[in-house]
Design a protein around this ligand. Sequence first.
Ligand SMILES: *Cc1c(COP(=O)(O)O)cnc(C)c1O
Length: 364
Amino acid sequence: MSQPYNRVFNFSAGPCTLPVEVLESAKEDLLNYKGTGMSVMEMSHRSKPFEKILAETEADLRTLLSIPDNYKVLFLQGGASLQFSMIPLSFLAAGQTAEYLVTGAWGEKALEAANLVGSTKVVFDGKGDNFRAAPDFGTLDLSADAAYVHFTSNETIQGVEFFADPTTAAPLVCDMSSDILSRSVDVSKYALIYAGAQKNMGPAGATVVIAREDFIAKGPGKMHPILDYKLHAKNSSMYNTPPCWTIYMCGLVYKHLLATGGLEGSNKRNTEKANTIYQAIDSSGGFYNGHAEPSARSIMNVTFTLPSEELTSAFVKESESLNMDGLKGHRSVGGIRASIYNAFPLEGCQVLASFMADFAAKNG
Ligand SMILES: *Cc1c(COP(=O)(O)O)cnc(C)c1O
């Protein structure tokens, strides 16, 4: 069946698919936003209409995630990658140690940046196992005096996800770039959460930071202004020109989520979508092999391999002729990666699952 506007099933890992309703709203407003005579892209970030967009976007995110009042919400730039550096630059002082869980490629990058700043301790490293597992925090040797504990709730490349909010004595910092808003989280367990917009929230260009005020206050007295959480918080994300268009698009996505059952609705849809594909893997009699351990299987990035490189290439090629785009896995894992973020439709997962069964029957 053909999709609206002849769109494909876009399995891209990021930037990735957005809700059609959101794109239609943006299109509607593109040349003249609500009678202002200009688009949001052309508008001063100090104008009344943009101030309203920013305030509503923040308020809607607070509602979706039930963010407590003693947390700041910031819209920054530099991607999640800049957070890899800003976090240790602000919170890893001399004489302290930060603890890192490394469950995949993004956690590794976060650790590398912290190593440039100060002392770190790796409390879990999944590398020996090619990153398949998400450990139970209760089994880790964590110190209450750590500057912070950092983990990646969903490893986008390996498809390894944590499903519970851990409890730690030291401040907890989490990269939620690829699973934020896919389910509810207890924000009060975290000192700082960050997420690039381009997986579950909007186009690229903004990074959302949700941080407890007393944790922000621990930052150093002197910091380069653009890297200073305190300054960004004091200026409510308006220290310099914020990524206005991305913030506006995130705002539309938040409103769409609120109108479709909030995070409970999103979790229900995402679980059903992921199960549809995992079911196709598990019922293939070993033709497809899931990369992640079953308990850590991501509901955002489903990763699996086929018996050979040739079959993998043929799989990708045939899937493209069936309107599916972006299924080739990351080179470090090989095989197939189906990224099925919030906005990805169930129908696309069903089309993939039935193609998987046909392909296995023909080639198995
Ligand atoms: C994509 C991604 C990043 C990198 O985000 P940028 O915005 O490109 O810097 C970091 N962490 C995770 C978990 C990601 O999925």
